[in-house]
Ligand binder design. Structure first.
Ligand code: V55
Ligand code: FE
Length: 493
Protein backbone atom coordinates (compact mmCIF):
# COMPACT_ATOMS: atom_id res chain seq x y z
CA UNK A 1 0.00 0.00 0.00
CA UNK A 2 1.39 3.40 -0.96
CA UNK A 3 1.38 5.98 1.80
CA UNK A 4 -0.16 9.34 0.96
CA UNK A 5 2.40 11.96 -0.02
CA UNK A 6 2.72 14.74 2.56
CA UNK A 7 1.21 18.18 2.02
CA UNK A 8 4.59 19.71 1.05
CA UNK A 9 4.54 17.79 -2.22
CA UNK A 10 0.81 17.71 -2.98
CA UNK A 11 -1.75 20.31 -3.89
CA UNK A 12 0.42 22.27 -6.31
CA UNK A 13 1.45 21.89 -9.90
CA UNK A 14 4.25 19.51 -9.11
CA UNK A 15 2.47 16.88 -7.09
CA UNK A 16 3.70 13.50 -8.39
CA UNK A 17 1.68 12.28 -11.38
CA UNK A 18 2.54 8.58 -10.94
CA UNK A 19 0.90 7.54 -14.21
CA UNK A 20 1.65 5.66 -17.40
CA UNK A 21 -0.89 7.05 -19.86
CA UNK A 22 -1.84 7.69 -23.45
CA UNK A 23 -4.01 10.43 -24.88
CA UNK A 24 -4.70 9.81 -28.56
CA UNK A 25 -5.12 12.87 -30.80
CA UNK A 26 -4.86 15.91 -28.53
CA UNK A 27 -7.52 18.60 -28.90
CA UNK A 28 -6.36 21.67 -30.79
CA UNK A 29 -7.93 24.55 -28.87
CA UNK A 30 -6.54 27.39 -30.97
CA UNK A 31 -4.80 27.65 -34.35
CA UNK A 32 -3.47 24.62 -36.19
CA UNK A 33 -0.51 22.29 -35.78
CA UNK A 34 1.91 22.85 -38.71
CA UNK A 35 1.65 19.82 -40.98
CA UNK A 36 5.41 19.84 -41.67
CA UNK A 37 6.10 18.80 -38.07
CA UNK A 38 6.99 15.09 -38.22
CA UNK A 39 8.74 13.72 -35.19
CA UNK A 40 8.70 13.16 -31.47
CA UNK A 41 9.11 15.70 -28.69
CA UNK A 42 10.39 13.82 -25.65
CA UNK A 43 10.94 15.22 -22.19
CA UNK A 44 12.51 13.58 -19.14
CA UNK A 45 10.37 13.98 -16.03
CA UNK A 46 11.41 13.20 -12.44
CA UNK A 47 8.22 11.83 -10.86
CA UNK A 48 8.46 9.99 -7.56
CA UNK A 49 6.37 6.82 -7.33
CA UNK A 50 7.23 6.47 -3.63
CA UNK A 51 8.59 9.23 -1.44
CA UNK A 52 11.82 8.03 0.23
CA UNK A 53 11.48 7.26 3.93
CA UNK A 54 14.58 8.79 5.46
CA UNK A 55 15.37 10.60 8.74
CA UNK A 56 15.99 13.87 6.83
CA UNK A 57 14.54 14.30 3.37
CA UNK A 58 16.89 16.60 1.40
CA UNK A 59 15.23 19.09 -0.99
CA UNK A 60 17.27 17.80 -3.94
CA UNK A 61 15.56 14.43 -3.41
CA UNK A 62 12.10 15.74 -4.23
CA UNK A 63 13.32 18.34 -6.76
CA UNK A 64 15.56 16.10 -8.87
CA UNK A 65 15.50 12.58 -7.48
CA UNK A 66 12.19 11.22 -8.75
CA UNK A 67 11.74 8.19 -10.96
CA UNK A 68 12.23 9.11 -14.60
CA UNK A 69 9.22 9.14 -16.89
CA UNK A 70 9.41 9.75 -20.64
CA UNK A 71 6.83 12.30 -21.77
CA UNK A 72 6.35 12.00 -25.52
CA UNK A 73 4.37 13.98 -28.09
CA UNK A 74 4.24 12.40 -31.54
CA UNK A 75 3.67 15.02 -34.27
CA UNK A 76 2.44 13.86 -37.67
CA UNK A 77 0.10 15.32 -40.33
CA UNK A 78 -1.07 18.16 -38.10
CA UNK A 79 -2.02 15.79 -35.25
CA UNK A 80 -0.37 15.12 -31.91
CA UNK A 81 -0.61 11.89 -29.90
CA UNK A 82 0.61 11.94 -26.31
CA UNK A 83 2.12 9.26 -24.16
CA UNK A 84 3.92 9.16 -20.83
CA UNK A 85 5.61 6.09 -19.42
CA UNK A 86 8.03 5.45 -16.60
CA UNK A 87 11.46 4.16 -17.46
CA UNK A 88 11.69 0.63 -16.04
CA UNK A 89 14.94 1.21 -14.18
CA UNK A 90 16.15 -1.47 -11.79
CA UNK A 91 15.20 0.83 -8.94
CA UNK A 92 11.68 1.45 -10.28
CA UNK A 93 11.07 -2.29 -10.67
CA UNK A 94 12.39 -3.14 -7.19
CA UNK A 95 10.18 -0.57 -5.49
CA UNK A 96 7.21 -1.58 -7.62
CA UNK A 97 7.63 -5.18 -6.54
CA UNK A 98 7.98 -4.18 -2.88
CA UNK A 99 5.17 -1.59 -3.11
CA UNK A 100 7.21 0.72 -0.88
CA UNK A 101 10.22 3.04 -1.04
CA UNK A 102 13.57 1.26 -0.84
CA UNK A 103 15.89 4.01 -2.05
CA UNK A 104 16.69 7.06 0.04
CA UNK A 105 18.00 10.56 -0.59
CA UNK A 106 19.39 12.03 -3.80
CA UNK A 107 22.65 10.25 -4.71
CA UNK A 108 22.98 8.84 -1.20
CA UNK A 109 23.29 5.04 -1.15
CA UNK A 110 23.85 5.17 2.63
CA UNK A 111 20.22 6.13 3.08
CA UNK A 112 18.84 3.09 1.21
CA UNK A 113 17.11 0.04 2.57
CA UNK A 114 19.81 -2.63 3.09
CA UNK A 115 17.93 -4.97 0.73
CA UNK A 116 18.92 -2.85 -2.27
CA UNK A 117 22.63 -2.47 -1.50
CA UNK A 118 24.59 -2.49 -4.76
CA UNK A 119 21.51 -2.10 -6.97
CA UNK A 120 21.32 0.52 -9.73
CA UNK A 121 20.10 3.75 -8.07
CA UNK A 122 19.74 5.88 -11.18
CA UNK A 123 16.32 7.16 -12.23
CA UNK A 124 17.07 8.15 -15.86
CA UNK A 125 15.20 11.40 -15.20
CA UNK A 126 17.14 14.33 -16.68
CA UNK A 127 17.50 14.25 -20.47
CA UNK A 128 16.75 12.05 -23.45
CA UNK A 129 18.95 11.83 -26.52
CA UNK A 130 18.99 9.83 -29.71
CA UNK A 131 22.17 8.29 -31.08
CA UNK A 132 23.02 5.38 -33.36
CA UNK A 133 19.35 4.40 -33.63
CA UNK A 134 18.80 4.37 -29.88
CA UNK A 135 16.75 6.64 -27.66
CA UNK A 136 18.50 6.96 -24.31
CA UNK A 137 17.03 8.33 -21.07
CA UNK A 138 19.74 9.55 -18.76
CA UNK A 139 20.63 10.88 -15.36
CA UNK A 140 24.22 11.75 -14.59
CA UNK A 141 24.45 9.44 -11.54
CA UNK A 142 24.25 6.24 -13.61
CA UNK A 143 24.20 4.85 -17.12
CA UNK A 144 21.37 5.66 -19.52
CA UNK A 145 18.44 3.35 -20.20
CA UNK A 146 17.38 2.62 -23.75
CA UNK A 147 13.70 3.31 -24.37
CA UNK A 148 11.72 2.40 -27.51
CA UNK A 149 10.63 5.71 -29.12
CA UNK A 150 7.42 4.18 -30.48
CA UNK A 151 6.12 2.18 -27.51
CA UNK A 152 8.16 3.85 -24.72
CA UNK A 153 9.04 0.38 -23.48
CA UNK A 154 12.35 0.13 -21.64
CA UNK A 155 14.97 -2.02 -23.34
CA UNK A 156 17.52 -1.92 -20.51
CA UNK A 157 20.73 -0.22 -19.48
CA UNK A 158 22.91 1.06 -22.33
CA UNK A 159 26.66 0.54 -21.85
CA UNK A 160 27.79 0.22 -25.51
CA UNK A 161 28.09 -3.57 -25.37
CA UNK A 162 29.98 -3.42 -22.07
CA UNK A 163 32.58 -0.93 -23.32
CA UNK A 164 31.44 1.80 -20.92
CA UNK A 165 32.81 0.81 -17.52
CA UNK A 166 32.25 4.20 -15.89
CA UNK A 167 29.48 3.94 -13.29
CA UNK A 168 28.02 7.20 -14.57
CA UNK A 169 27.32 8.99 -17.86
CA UNK A 170 26.28 12.58 -18.47
CA UNK A 171 22.74 13.57 -19.41
CA UNK A 172 24.33 16.12 -21.80
CA UNK A 173 26.59 14.35 -24.29
CA UNK A 174 27.56 16.34 -27.39
CA UNK A 175 27.25 15.36 -31.04
CA UNK A 176 29.38 16.29 -34.02
CA UNK A 177 26.90 16.82 -36.87
CA UNK A 178 29.74 16.20 -39.39
CA UNK A 179 30.76 12.75 -38.11
CA UNK A 180 27.72 11.52 -36.19
CA UNK A 181 29.97 10.81 -33.21
CA UNK A 182 28.77 11.23 -29.64
CA UNK A 183 31.10 12.66 -26.97
CA UNK A 184 30.20 11.89 -23.39
CA UNK A 185 31.69 11.46 -19.96
CA UNK A 186 30.91 10.32 -16.49
CA UNK A 187 32.01 12.13 -13.35
CA UNK A 188 32.12 10.32 -10.00
CA UNK A 189 32.93 7.58 -12.48
CA UNK A 190 34.28 5.16 -9.86
CA UNK A 191 31.52 5.80 -7.33
CA UNK A 192 29.70 8.65 -5.60
CA UNK A 193 32.01 11.54 -4.58
CA UNK A 194 35.09 10.15 -6.38
CA UNK A 195 37.05 12.65 -8.48
CA UNK A 196 37.29 10.29 -11.43
CA UNK A 197 36.18 11.40 -14.87
CA UNK A 198 35.77 8.92 -17.71
CA UNK A 199 35.62 10.49 -21.18
CA UNK A 200 34.22 8.54 -24.14
CA UNK A 201 33.95 9.00 -27.89
CA UNK A 202 31.25 6.83 -29.44
CA UNK A 203 31.10 6.48 -33.22
CA UNK A 204 28.01 6.88 -35.39
CA UNK A 205 27.31 3.15 -35.12
CA UNK A 206 27.31 3.26 -31.29
CA UNK A 207 30.76 1.78 -30.66
CA UNK A 208 33.25 3.26 -28.19
CA UNK A 209 36.30 4.34 -30.20
CA UNK A 210 38.18 6.31 -27.55
CA UNK A 211 38.27 6.67 -23.78
CA UNK A 212 40.37 8.56 -21.25
CA UNK A 213 40.29 8.47 -17.44
CA UNK A 214 41.53 11.37 -15.33
CA UNK A 215 40.83 13.11 -12.02
CA UNK A 216 39.06 16.39 -11.44
CA UNK A 217 40.68 18.80 -8.94
CA UNK A 218 37.48 18.75 -6.85
CA UNK A 219 34.71 16.27 -6.26
CA UNK A 220 31.92 18.37 -7.69
CA UNK A 221 29.04 18.32 -10.13
CA UNK A 222 29.92 18.43 -13.84
CA UNK A 223 26.47 18.66 -15.33
CA UNK A 224 27.29 19.70 -18.89
CA UNK A 225 30.20 19.86 -21.34
CA UNK A 226 31.10 21.49 -24.64
CA UNK A 227 32.69 20.23 -27.84
CA UNK A 228 34.70 21.82 -30.65
CA UNK A 229 36.40 20.28 -33.70
CA UNK A 230 39.46 19.49 -31.58
CA UNK A 231 38.54 19.70 -27.89
CA UNK A 232 36.08 18.65 -25.23
CA UNK A 233 35.49 21.04 -22.28
CA UNK A 234 34.30 20.20 -18.78
CA UNK A 235 33.01 23.11 -16.65
CA UNK A 236 33.10 22.09 -12.98
CA UNK A 237 30.32 23.59 -10.91
CA UNK A 238 30.82 25.11 -7.45
CA UNK A 239 28.58 22.38 -6.06
CA UNK A 240 30.85 19.98 -4.23
CA UNK A 241 30.34 16.54 -2.76
CA UNK A 242 32.00 14.90 0.20
CA UNK A 243 31.94 11.26 1.28
CA UNK A 244 32.12 11.96 5.03
CA UNK A 245 29.21 14.40 4.79
CA UNK A 246 27.17 11.87 2.85
CA UNK A 247 27.94 9.07 5.34
CA UNK A 248 26.85 11.39 8.15
CA UNK A 249 23.44 11.86 6.51
CA UNK A 250 24.18 15.26 4.95
CA UNK A 251 23.20 16.38 1.47
CA UNK A 252 25.12 15.10 -1.53
CA UNK A 253 25.86 18.58 -2.90
CA UNK A 254 26.67 21.86 -1.16
CA UNK A 255 27.18 25.20 -2.92
CA UNK A 256 30.68 26.60 -2.37
CA UNK A 257 30.74 30.21 -3.56
CA UNK A 258 34.48 30.47 -2.77
CA UNK A 259 35.44 27.85 -5.33
CA UNK A 260 36.96 29.25 -8.51
CA UNK A 261 35.42 28.37 -11.83
CA UNK A 262 37.31 25.43 -13.23
CA UNK A 263 37.28 24.28 -16.86
CA UNK A 264 38.96 21.07 -17.96
CA UNK A 265 40.01 20.78 -21.61
CA UNK A 266 41.03 17.55 -23.33
CA UNK A 267 41.89 17.14 -27.02
CA UNK A 268 39.14 15.21 -28.81
CA UNK A 269 41.19 12.02 -28.89
CA UNK A 270 43.49 13.01 -26.03
CA UNK A 271 44.61 11.08 -22.96
CA UNK A 272 44.85 11.88 -19.24
CA UNK A 273 48.26 13.54 -19.66
CA UNK A 274 46.79 15.97 -22.21
CA UNK A 275 44.13 17.41 -19.90
CA UNK A 276 44.60 21.10 -19.05
CA UNK A 277 42.75 22.87 -16.25
CA UNK A 278 41.87 26.55 -16.42
CA UNK A 279 40.63 28.69 -13.53
CA UNK A 280 38.50 31.79 -13.43
CA UNK A 281 37.05 33.92 -10.62
CA UNK A 282 34.06 32.34 -8.83
CA UNK A 283 30.80 32.05 -10.76
CA UNK A 284 28.27 29.27 -11.32
CA UNK A 285 28.45 27.75 -14.81
CA UNK A 286 25.12 26.25 -15.81
CA UNK A 287 24.35 24.78 -19.21
CA UNK A 288 26.75 25.30 -22.08
CA UNK A 289 25.36 27.05 -25.16
CA UNK A 290 27.92 26.08 -27.81
CA UNK A 291 31.64 26.03 -28.55
CA UNK A 292 33.80 26.28 -31.65
CA UNK A 293 37.27 27.26 -32.77
CA UNK A 294 38.35 30.53 -34.32
CA UNK A 295 41.97 30.90 -35.50
CA UNK A 296 43.03 28.05 -33.24
CA UNK A 297 41.31 29.53 -30.18
CA UNK A 298 38.41 27.83 -28.43
CA UNK A 299 35.32 30.02 -28.19
CA UNK A 300 33.34 28.63 -25.27
CA UNK A 301 29.84 29.92 -24.58
CA UNK A 302 28.13 29.08 -21.30
CA UNK A 303 25.38 30.41 -19.05
CA UNK A 304 26.90 31.73 -15.85
CA UNK A 305 25.26 32.87 -12.64
CA UNK A 306 26.69 35.11 -9.93
CA UNK A 307 25.41 33.00 -7.04
CA UNK A 308 23.82 29.72 -6.06
CA UNK A 309 21.85 28.84 -9.18
CA UNK A 310 20.53 25.73 -7.40
CA UNK A 311 19.10 27.59 -4.40
CA UNK A 312 17.11 26.69 -2.44
CA UNK A 313 17.43 22.94 -3.13
CA UNK A 314 21.24 22.88 -2.75
CA UNK A 315 22.33 24.46 0.57
CA UNK A 316 25.09 27.06 0.91
CA UNK A 317 28.36 25.90 2.49
CA UNK A 318 28.35 28.88 4.89
CA UNK A 319 24.60 28.81 5.47
CA UNK A 320 24.19 32.09 3.59
CA UNK A 321 20.69 32.60 2.21
CA UNK A 322 20.02 33.18 -1.49
CA UNK A 323 16.94 35.44 -1.61
CA UNK A 324 14.64 34.74 -4.58
CA UNK A 325 15.59 36.96 -7.50
CA UNK A 326 19.10 37.69 -6.19
CA UNK A 327 20.96 35.60 -8.77
CA UNK A 328 21.57 36.87 -12.32
CA UNK A 329 22.37 34.59 -15.24
CA UNK A 330 24.42 35.76 -18.21
CA UNK A 331 25.38 34.31 -21.55
CA UNK A 332 29.16 34.41 -21.24
CA UNK A 333 31.91 33.83 -23.81
CA UNK A 334 35.38 32.58 -22.89
CA UNK A 335 38.33 32.36 -25.26
CA UNK A 336 40.90 29.69 -24.51
CA UNK A 337 43.97 28.79 -26.55
CA UNK A 338 44.75 25.26 -25.39
CA UNK A 339 48.45 25.73 -26.24
CA UNK A 340 49.05 29.36 -25.31
CA UNK A 341 46.58 30.49 -22.64
CA UNK A 342 47.87 30.45 -19.05
CA UNK A 343 45.99 28.63 -16.29
CA UNK A 344 44.17 31.76 -15.08
CA UNK A 345 41.35 33.09 -17.22
CA UNK A 346 40.00 36.57 -16.70
CA UNK A 347 38.58 38.26 -19.80
CA UNK A 348 35.11 36.92 -20.21
CA UNK A 349 32.71 38.60 -22.58
CA UNK A 350 29.05 38.98 -21.59
CA UNK A 351 26.84 38.47 -24.65
CA UNK A 352 23.46 38.86 -22.95
CA UNK A 353 21.67 39.09 -19.62
CA UNK A 354 19.50 35.97 -19.71
CA UNK A 355 17.89 35.10 -16.35
CA UNK A 356 16.87 31.80 -17.87
CA UNK A 357 18.20 28.30 -18.33
CA UNK A 358 18.27 25.53 -20.87
CA UNK A 359 19.55 27.19 -24.07
CA UNK A 360 18.59 25.70 -27.45
CA UNK A 361 20.38 26.42 -30.73
CA UNK A 362 20.10 25.21 -34.31
CA UNK A 363 21.59 21.67 -34.17
CA UNK A 364 23.44 22.33 -37.45
CA UNK A 365 25.35 25.18 -35.79
CA UNK A 366 26.86 23.02 -33.05
CA UNK A 367 30.68 23.34 -33.12
CA UNK A 368 30.28 26.35 -35.42
CA UNK A 369 29.69 30.09 -35.13
CA UNK A 370 26.00 30.70 -34.46
CA UNK A 371 23.71 33.62 -33.93
CA UNK A 372 20.39 32.57 -32.33
CA UNK A 373 19.49 31.13 -28.93
CA UNK A 374 16.05 30.05 -27.67
CA UNK A 375 15.49 29.70 -23.93
CA UNK A 376 12.83 30.06 -21.23
CA UNK A 377 13.50 33.15 -19.12
CA UNK A 378 12.12 35.00 -16.13
CA UNK A 379 11.17 38.66 -16.35
CA UNK A 380 11.04 39.59 -12.66
CA UNK A 381 9.19 42.84 -13.36
CA UNK A 382 6.23 40.73 -14.50
CA UNK A 383 5.97 38.60 -11.36
CA UNK A 384 2.74 39.07 -9.43
CA UNK A 385 1.72 38.19 -5.91
CA UNK A 386 -1.52 36.60 -4.80
CA UNK A 387 -4.00 37.94 -2.23
CA UNK A 388 -1.96 36.30 0.57
CA UNK A 389 1.18 38.13 -0.50
CA UNK A 390 2.80 35.04 -1.98
CA UNK A 391 4.44 35.24 -5.39
CA UNK A 392 2.77 33.14 -8.07
CA UNK A 393 4.68 29.84 -8.35
CA UNK A 394 6.36 30.81 -11.60
CA UNK A 395 9.86 29.73 -12.65
CA UNK A 396 10.11 31.01 -16.25
CA UNK A 397 7.39 33.36 -17.48
CA UNK A 398 8.64 33.86 -21.05
CA UNK A 399 9.97 32.01 -24.04
CA UNK A 400 12.83 34.07 -25.43
CA UNK A 401 14.90 34.39 -28.56
CA UNK A 402 18.28 36.10 -28.35
CA UNK A 403 19.85 37.33 -31.59
CA UNK A 404 23.50 37.61 -30.60
CA UNK A 405 24.55 39.55 -33.70
CA UNK A 406 21.76 42.16 -33.68
CA UNK A 407 21.87 42.26 -29.86
CA UNK A 408 18.07 42.00 -29.74
CA UNK A 409 15.56 39.72 -28.07
CA UNK A 410 12.01 38.59 -28.78
CA UNK A 411 9.83 37.23 -25.94
CA UNK A 412 6.43 35.66 -25.55
CA UNK A 413 4.84 36.35 -22.16
CA UNK A 414 1.53 34.46 -21.85
CA UNK A 415 0.47 36.04 -18.54
CA UNK A 416 1.59 36.37 -14.93
CA UNK A 417 0.34 32.94 -13.83
CA UNK A 418 2.04 30.84 -16.52
CA UNK A 419 5.33 28.99 -16.22
CA UNK A 420 7.23 27.28 -19.03
CA UNK A 421 8.77 23.88 -19.14
CA UNK A 422 11.82 23.25 -21.33
CA UNK A 423 10.92 23.73 -25.03
CA UNK A 424 12.26 21.92 -28.07
CA UNK A 425 13.55 23.84 -31.09
CA UNK A 426 12.60 22.31 -34.45
CA UNK A 427 13.78 23.63 -37.82
CA UNK A 428 11.06 24.19 -40.41
CA UNK A 429 13.08 22.17 -42.90
CA UNK A 430 16.57 20.74 -43.33
CA UNK A 431 17.66 23.84 -45.26
CA UNK A 432 15.75 26.45 -43.24
CA UNK A 433 17.60 29.55 -42.07
CA UNK A 434 19.15 29.38 -38.60
CA UNK A 435 16.27 30.95 -36.68
CA UNK A 436 13.44 29.70 -38.88
CA UNK A 437 11.74 27.01 -36.88
CA UNK A 438 9.22 26.16 -34.21
CA UNK A 439 9.48 26.28 -30.46
CA UNK A 440 7.25 23.70 -28.79
CA UNK A 441 6.70 23.70 -25.04
CA UNK A 442 4.46 22.59 -22.24
CA UNK A 443 3.13 25.63 -20.37
CA UNK A 444 1.86 25.18 -16.85
CA UNK A 445 -0.86 27.29 -15.23
CA UNK A 446 -0.18 26.46 -11.58
CA UNK A 447 -3.12 28.40 -10.14
CA UNK A 448 -5.44 26.21 -12.22
CA UNK A 449 -3.25 23.07 -11.94
CA UNK A 450 -3.52 22.83 -15.70
CA UNK A 451 -1.04 22.36 -18.55
CA UNK A 452 -1.18 22.99 -22.27
CA UNK A 453 1.10 22.43 -25.25
CA UNK A 454 2.01 25.44 -27.39
CA UNK A 455 3.73 25.74 -30.76
CA UNK A 456 5.40 29.04 -31.67
CA UNK A 457 7.00 30.37 -34.81
CA UNK A 458 10.56 31.34 -33.85
CA UNK A 459 10.50 34.23 -36.35
CA UNK A 460 7.83 35.89 -34.19
CA UNK A 461 7.65 34.67 -30.61
CA UNK A 462 5.91 37.82 -29.39
CA UNK A 463 3.11 37.10 -31.87
CA UNK A 464 2.04 34.19 -29.68
CA UNK A 465 1.37 30.56 -30.49
CA UNK A 466 0.48 29.10 -33.89
CA UNK A 467 -1.40 26.43 -31.98
CA UNK A 468 -2.48 25.61 -28.43
CA UNK A 469 -3.41 22.05 -27.49
CA UNK A 470 -5.35 21.01 -24.43
CA UNK A 471 -3.70 18.53 -22.10
CA UNK A 472 -6.36 16.74 -20.09
CA UNK A 473 -3.82 15.83 -17.39
CA UNK A 474 -1.46 17.91 -15.26
CA UNK A 475 2.20 17.88 -16.37
CA UNK A 476 4.43 18.20 -13.32
CA UNK A 477 7.72 19.98 -13.93
CA UNK A 478 9.97 18.00 -16.25
CA UNK A 479 13.61 18.65 -17.09
CA UNK A 480 15.05 18.59 -20.64
CA UNK A 481 13.11 18.28 -23.90
CA UNK A 482 14.49 16.96 -27.18
CA UNK A 483 13.13 16.73 -30.69
CA UNK A 484 13.64 13.47 -32.57
CA UNK A 485 13.02 13.76 -36.32
CA UNK A 486 10.47 11.27 -37.62
CA UNK A 487 12.83 9.90 -40.24
CA UNK A 488 15.29 8.74 -37.57
CA UNK A 489 12.85 6.08 -36.40
CA UNK A 490 12.61 3.05 -38.73
CA UNK A 491 8.92 2.33 -38.37
CA UNK A 492 8.01 5.99 -39.00
CA UNK A 493 9.93 6.43 -42.25
C1 V55 B 1 20.12 18.78 -12.74
C2 V55 B 1 19.04 17.92 -12.71
C3 V55 B 1 19.18 16.66 -12.17
C4 V55 B 1 20.39 16.28 -11.64
C5 V55 B 1 21.46 17.13 -11.66
O1 V55 B 1 19.02 20.51 -13.87
C6 V55 B 1 21.33 18.39 -12.21
C7 V55 B 1 20.02 20.12 -13.31
C8 V55 B 1 16.94 16.01 -12.64
O2 V55 B 1 18.17 15.74 -12.09
O3 V55 B 1 20.49 15.06 -11.07
FE1 FE C 1 20.72 19.88 -17.76
Amino acid sequence: MAKAFPAEVTGGMDEPCRFDIEVFDLEVVEGAVPTDLDGLLVQAVPDQVYLPEVPALHPMTTAAGGDGAVRAFRFKDGCVDFRSRYVRTERFLLERQARRPLFGNYRDPFSDDPSVAGKDRTTANTAIYFHAGRMLASKEDGLPYEVDPVTLETRGVWNAHGDITSLTFTAHPKFDPATGEMFGFGYAAKGETTRDIAYYVIDAAGKVIHEAWFEAPYSAMIHDCALTESYMLFPIMPVTSDLARLEAGGPHFVYDGDMPQVFGVIPRFGNAADVRWFQAPPAFPGHTVNAYEEDGTIVFDVYESDGNAFAPVVPDKHGRPTPPGSVTTWHVRWRIDYHATGPDLSDREVLAVVNGEGPHIDPRRQLRPYRHVFVPTLDRSKLEIDENGRPYPVMFNQLSHFDLVAGTRDDWFPGPAATFQDPAYVLKSADAAEADGYLIAVVNWPLERRSELVILDTLDLAGGPLARLRLPVRMRLGIHSTWIDGDLVDSWR
